[in-house]
Structure formats: structure tokens, C-alpha cells
Design a protein around this ligand. Sequence first.
Ligand code: DGJ
Length: 711
Amino acid sequence: MALFIENDGKLFRLVTSRTEYQMSVDRHGVLRHLWYGQKVGVPMDYLQEGQDVGFSGSPYDAGNDRAYSLDTAAQECPANGTGDYRISAIKANGGIDLRFLKYSVVKETVTIPGLPAAFGDAETLEITLIDDSAKIAVTLRYGVFEDLDLITRSAEIANCGDAEITLEKAASLSLDLPAGDWEWIHFPGRHTMERQPNRASLFEGIQESESLRGTSSHQQNPAFILCEKNCTETKGLCIGGTLLYSGIFQTAIEKNQLEQVRITMGIHPDLFRWTLRAGEHFYTPQAAMSLSMDGFEKLSHNFHRFIREHVTRGKFSDAPRPVLLNSWEAAYFDFDEEKLLSIAKEAATLGVELFVLDDGWFGRRNDDSSSLGDWFVNRDKLPHGLDGLAKSLNALGLKMGLWFEPECISEESELYRKHPDWVIAPKKRKPVRGRYQLVLDLSRKEVENYLFDTMAAILSSANIAYVKWDMNRSLCDFNDGEQPHRYILGLYSLLERLTATFPDVLFEGCSGGGGRFDAGMLYYTPQIWCSDDTDAVERTKIQFGTSFFYPASSMGSHVSAVPNHQTGRVTPLETRGVVATAGCLGYELDPRTLSEDEKNIVRAQIKRYKSLEPLIHGGKYYRLTDPTKKNVAAWMFTDGKHVLAQGVQFHTMPNTLRQTLRLRGLEAKAHYRVEETGQILTGSALMCGGLLLHRAWGDFNAFEILLTKEP
Ligand code: DGJ
């Protein structure tokens, strides 16, 4: 049991394997936050006694108790207009003063209308607060995933009066933490360099990471870590949070005058105004938070399992993923059926299982300036249509995958000529173009229906086993404060309908690489193309940052040609293979250009990957170095029996000693056999002394060491 309700239904303790979250209803009916930390087992309300702080007023019903102020009290759902000058979780015109109404316990996880929600074995606590005069009720939902030390949060906001209410902010998560030396890690980036961890001390005031781009974005990620100053991979307390949401978001952290810390995370309030009419409800996206007393590694393990076991769905969630060859960097827009089949024929001899036809197969698309929206096959390029191509690929022993960018439209397209009004555009100005294209207004049901019908017809017309769902621009030009969220609701509805109708199709998310890499998309697409940067060296950094919240099984990762198309860097094929193996392996090159030796290397890579995939996707992942700071990128996976240590030594130097690599997560007393040398070492030796790496010869040398626990 994870939920303990005591003190006549006024004290709530959410207890997981190692953590405890407490809240209570105080003497004025305010839902107070008491504790988030290690298991304590006793009420921690004594810590909440306030004292008079200048210019921090008291609610009227507190009488002359100047020590009672919502400006200093830790709360679960702080709202505007209550004398709490810190960031609010919920804001409505006129202010909201929420007091406790009731609670209930649901013995399972709950769904959220139109939005992703974690499923599986967990209990849910629902607490309803009400403002009797503003006629707003807020139901907070806490899902407790005991084994994972993880709690989900979401809110349902109801208008229980007759007058219209405008919501100005509706965060998914709000957490008050006591004063302390907190540091904040967030994940800024850019196109081709996503999710680079940035760690900083909190300053007094508000610090944020956010996206107003309509998608979760390359530039920031809806994920945060708050940690103690000395927190490392293996030591110290840290709290992580992420959103199951793919649209505009804000993570705001305030350190106030008393050094108390509040964090809120949810839909970005700057582009959010939601009208709630009498009887209407608004549902926030779900957030997930976890706490580790043993550093970032444990936190990541909690989130990896959470995403694999409670977020990604369908038959591919847990199944081996096909090794694919994607046509983009092999051919870009320059292909016809003959060329594709000759690439595919070569790919099949290497062990590739699925051939993905990327951009350019439809309308009159020969570059990126036209045809998005015209989802009919270009017969000049593919005279036998998609069905003909699929049959030829199948005859080679390959499955077929297809690229779409459903959400966008080119002005140079039949669809645009027919429905210019379907795009997101300001009423009085022209819209902003991105990569020559505009965005379809998915908040309109007829647009969603058109995309569903069109895509369903294509997916039924040929034997298509995989869809790459791309999105290549930031959104802009919203006309009101409901459109950004309604767009995401339309996107999710479309994804839900298509994934339910085609359960045997593997959907991979993509947004110019990793521009929409979030737990919301992972609910529909169990893997996401991690980045448009396929350079093996840069990829170690991108996959490192991505790994804080997202498992290896979610990261699409390909071996590409050299010189690399993004950086011009030349790295050994073995290195590209090792880096791409640490995700969902694919190839992004023309195999006809490989030498016989290189083809043999690729054959061996694929064979080895197939045997290691259960360990890579199902095992625990450890970051052994920080490649943004060190000359070596190293990581490992273990399932308890096998250990796979991989990495890249970036720049070689003469006359050095062999480097050691300390492993983690092993059994100290167990013996492990090194596959390559037959050497047997104890877990304690491997974790304390480490493995000896070979001296690197040439830059960007990779290593891959497999160990097996002796019986
Ligand atoms: C961006 C994607 O990330 C690439 O892999 C490729 O699909 C292009 N779009 C195609 O336009």
C-alpha cells in the first residue's frame, strides 16, 4: 500500500519504496505541502509553523494571526490573489482562494481526456479544493508508483458556477521546497545539438526554461532536476520532473526572500488563456516527478523504467525494434524506384530489416519548397506506387517504412490551393514561414479528419510497417490562448486514432531530429529520432543529455557516412556503430558506397546489436563519464548478468598510460568474465579499480567491452 490517510482525513502520506511525500489540510483548510524526501513515517507538519514576516499578509479568516501567511506557507496548489506573491500554479481572472473540500482514493491509474497519462499498477489520490466564491473547484490527482519512487500529478479545474471564468495559468506540477543550497539542471540545446545539461545555483528571483514554439522544442526540454549542491551521479538528493506533453511549456523556479524554493511546470501561461463556461472542466497535462537519495543515476533509472513500463504503449514498447536503413542521408530528394531498390538490395545483404523511404515520395516534392499536404505518390519517381515498392522491398526480405510530415503544408500544394484557410495564420497579417512551410491548424476537427483519412488510406494501400512522423518548424501566429493547447489535443487525437487503427505499424517521432523529444510523444511513438546530427562524437553528447530522463529504447540512432553531413568529421565505422548501438540502431547512408571490408563490419555490427538489444533496451543504463567535459565518452548497460561497457576516446595523445574505466551497478563479490580476453575480475575490482582501456590509436576510437557474470 502506498497511500496513508490519517488524522481524520487531513493528513496524506504518499509512500514509495524509498521516499515519502506528505501534505495536510491546515486549520484554515489550505492544502499544505509538508515533506518530499526520504521515508520518515511520521507527520512533518511541525516544520510548517510560520512566523511573522514583514509585508507578508494573512488571509482574512486567519484573524490577527500574523504568523499565518500564504506568502510563506508551503502549499500544494498555490493560486493568485491570496497574498502569496510567489509564482502561482493556477491563475484565474479575479484570483482563486482554494480550500479543502474532499478526497478519494482510486485503486488504479486514471486516464486524462485527450491527453497522455501513465498507466499500470499504481494508486491514485484525488484531493478536491474549492473556492466557494469564485466557484472554481480543482481536483489534484497524485498517482503513486511505489517501486519507482515516482509520483504523477495532474489537475482538473471545474467551473461550478454560472459565470464564465478565464484561466490564465494551469500548471501540472507545483512543488515547494525548504530553503537550501539547491541547484537546478535543465536541458537547453538547438537544432542538431539537443538536450545539453546545464547546472546552476539558484539565484533569488525566478529562473525558467520554456518553449513558446508550439512544440516542446530543440531549445529546451520539459524536464528538470533540482539537486543538492554536492549531488553527483551516485550520491546526494535530487528531484526530477518531466511533463507528458509536447507543446508549449514553462518550468519556473522561484527562490524567494526567505530562500524558499517553488517550482511549477506545465503549459506555458504566456500563450494560454482558457475560457471555462458553466459546468466545463479543464484538464492539465500530467507531470511525473521522482526523488533519489543516491544521485542522478537512480533518478534516471526511475524515469527510464517509468517511460518503458508506464508511458510507451503498443506491441513495440517492449519488443525488439527493426534495424532500419533510412533513405534521407543516402539520397535526400534525389531518387527513383530503381535507385531505392538498388540501395535496398545492398542493405538487405547487410542484415538491415526495414527500409525507410524518407522525404520526397509524394506530390511534386523534389526539394523542400513544395507538396507538403499532397500525400499521394509521385509516379514519376515510383511508377509502381507505394504498393509496388513495398512488394519489391518485401521480396528482398525487407519491411517498408514511410516518412510523413502530417502537420505541415506547403503553399505550393494542391491542398493549400483547396484549403488556404486550414493553416494557422494571424487574422490580419501573413503567417511566419519556416522551411518554406506553414502549419495546419490541428485544433480544427476537419483538418484532423482529413489527415486521418489520408494517412489511413496510404497505410492501408501498401504493406507499410513503420511511419516516421516528422515536424520541421516551430509554430507561430496563434490567434488566441486556446489554440496552442487545442493544436496538441488535435495532434494527440490524430496519433491516437492512427496508432489504434494500425497497431502493427511502428511509429517513430521526429521533429527535425529531437525537437519534440518528450514523454507526451513517447506515449504514441515508442522511439524518436534523437537528433539530425549523426556525427558520432556529437551524438555521444546528445545521447548523454537525453539519457537523464529518456531510455536508450526511445532514442533513434543511426550510423551515417563520412565525412559526416553535419560536421564534416571523419570517424571510424566501428565508432559510429558503437554510438548508434546505444539506442535503436539504424543506418543513414548509401550502402553501395561501402567497401567489402566496411560491409563486413556493418554485418557484424547488426548481428551483434541483435544479440545485445535486450541488454541495451531492457538493462540499466549508467553514465560513466560526462563527454561534454572529458576526453572520453563512456556508458554501460547491465541486466544483472551481462555488462556492456561502450564509449569513445576522442583525441588521442602519445606516451600516456592506459586509461581506467570504473564500472557501476555490479555485484561486488561476483566474478565477471571479459568476453574479449577471458580475464576474470570481481565486481569490486571493476567498480573500484576499473577496466583497463586499450591505448587509443588515432582520434575517435571506440571501445565495446562485454562481460558476463560467472555462474
Ligand atoms: C528532418 C528529419 O530530422 C530528417 O531526418 C529528414 O527526415 C528530413 N526532415 C526530411 O525533410
